[in-house]
Write a protein that binds this ligand. Structure first.
Ligand SMILES: [Fe+2]
Ligand SMILES: [Fe+2]
Length: 327
């Protein structure tokens, strides 16, 4: 891997026009960019931001579900939930590694997360109040993640696309386990059915917000689409997601909490009610129900892990020292 400084020098060379043309031609042919290839500085910057944010979301996303590991209703459910939360840690690791190929270190990304200068997905700032939330998160949150991420398997930046292929396979397991939790609850007692419905009522709208603001309000989307990072607009993906949910909700016997949800014959798609974008912006601005708690837990975990990092660095130093003596 080239160093960050060498890469940024390459990005800004005066004679980059030929390289820019080559880059444009590669994108036009739907080719893939590898870490050692020349790329425009803004393309690199956009990817570092998007992939870093994605990695942070995976790591912070472990918190709402980890909250239920000790309270899962059976050994089987506990084992599944633990495996799922571990998968999310793995997704974070793939994505941090893939982002490092762009010339930023994992330490730098972690510092940005802890300082609050890097974002993570707003959805993880909502509380998990009942066991049914494990079902609703799997079905709706991982479901929305799949809709967002399947097209990213064809993203122009190859390390990102490769990471996504593996991540999507695991996400689809996550979605099914969530659906299955809800299905079981819906076949249970009245109280269980009520718990499942209540949970879907709370998670449905935030999951629709995961696709980002409406197309007219999403200034960076056009550039991301031109760079073949993003393949579909926010609204297209949101619509596709709702189209996937409607028949599944029918199987579950769950009502999607949108009185304006209607099949539009003309468009061949579902019309949905008004999304509360004021809520979205509040959570994004750090004023969601759990923002402060999630960040504090992340900072504490980082601080608690300090001795492990120091011990690992010291071990590596000693290994290098004895290798030097042996040589
Ligand atoms: Fe994930
Ligand atoms: Fe997941």
């Amino acid at each position: 891997m080239a160093t960050a400084s060498a890469d940024s020098r390459a990005d800004s060379t005066a004679d980059s026009t030929a390289e820019q043309r080559q880059f444009d031609a590669l994108l036009k042919a739907d080719g893939r960019i590898e870490p050692r290839d020349w790329m425009p500085a803004n393309y690199r910057k956009t990817l570092i931001r998007q992939m870093g944010q994605h990695a942070h979301s995976e790591i912070i996303g472990m918190q709402p579900e980890a909250n239920w590991i000790t309270r899962a209703p059976s050994l089987k459910r506990k084992a599944i939930l633990m495996a799922k939360v571990q998968d999310e840690a793995g997704h974070g690791l793939y994505l941090y590694s893939a982002t490092e190929t762009l010339g930023i270190t994992r330490d730098e990304m972690m510092d940005q997360l802890i300082a609050g200068t890097a974002r993570y997905s707003s959805i993880f700032n909502y509380p998990t109040l009942s066991w049914a939330d494990m079902g609703a998160i799997g079905w709706l949150v991982d479901g929305a993640a799949i809709c967002n991420q399947v097209p990213l398997c064809r993203a122009s930046y190859a390390p990102y696309a490769r990471a996504m292929v593996r991540i999507c396979k695991e996400e689809s397991f996550h979605q099914r386990q969530g659906f299955e939790i809800l299905l079981e609850l819906m076949h249970g007692t009245d109280a269980q059915r009520k718990m499942a419905q209540d949970s879907v009522n709370r998670w449905y709208w935030p999951s629709l917000m995961m696709f980002g603001p409406p197309d007219g309000d999403s200034p960076n989307s056009a550039q991301s689409m031109a760079w073949n990072i993003k393949r579909f607009s926010n609204d297209e993906l949101r619509e596709r997601f709702v189209g996937m949910l409607v028949p599944q909700a029918e199987v579950l016997g769950i009502t999607l909490p949108d009185p304006d949800l209607r099949w539009n014959e003309e468009r061949g798609a579902w019309d949905i009610g008004e999304i509360d974008w004021a809520e979205f912006h509040e959570v994004l601005a750090g004023r969601g129900p759990c923002n402060a708690q999630r960040m504090q837990r992340r900072r504490d975990a980082h601080e608690d892990g300090r001795w492990v990092r120091e011990a690992a660095a010291e071990y590596a130093r000693k290994q290098a020292e004895s290798a030097e003596v042996a040589a």
